[in-house]
Design a protein around this ligand. Structure first.
Ligand SMILES: [Zn+2]
Length: 174
């Protein structure tokens, strides 16, 4: 069967791909609280982690990597990449989006839900969405939930981020 390699491969139907991402960090003394790309002052504890512990940004990274089928945060920014130690979550999300686009995808949207009792995400939700959307170059929506006092999130020991993302293949650029 003959094939013309000079023809661009344009699928008849573009099939989007969904992904899933999670991230969990524990609250710890003596570190600033970064969540949703924002610094939250007035809290005694921040989130402990390899970077800034931003569960919203990290879950978003995991979701777009998952949707593109190219691994996860550990694959791209693991402890073997010391240049990302202490990196801001919003910086990681920007880099993750660049990697996903380099792999031949555009990002449709990212939806993140954060689970825990503090901080009060709703009070700065729009601000966080703007910061993360700018980093990703795609709409990022944030919602929040609690667990009725149950479990480590209910006891205020840590935060959980859950995310989904939609990406779709695009013709290679350049
Ligand atoms: Zn994380």
């Amino acid at each position: 069967m003959a094939s013309d390699v000079s023809s661009p491969i344009i699928p008849a139907v573009i099939i989007p791909r969904v992904g899933i991402g999670t991230d969990v960090h524990a609250f710890a003394d003596g570190v600033p609280l970064w969540v949703g790309g924002l610094r939250w002052d007035g809290y005694e504890q921040g989130l402990a982690g390899h970077s800034d512990g931003d569960v919203i940004a990290h879950a978003a990274c995991n979701a777009i990597f998952s949707a593109a089928g190219i691994g996860d945060l550990g694959t791209h920014f693991g402890t073997d990449r010391p240049e990302y130690a202490g990196a801001a979550g919003v910086k990681l999300l920007g880099e993750a989006a660049r990697i996903v686009r380099a792999a031949g995808f555009e990002i449709g949207n990212i939806a993140v839900q954060v689970i825990g009792v503090r901080p009060r995400i709703g009070s700065r939700r729009q601000e966080a969405e703007e910061v993360l959307s700018a980093a990703a170059g795609a709409p990022v929506s944030i919602s929040a939930a609690t667990t009725d006092g149950l479990g480590m999130t209910g006891r205020g020991e840590g935060l959980v981020g859950l995310a989904t993302a939609l990406v779709y293949p695009v013709a290679p650029r350049g």
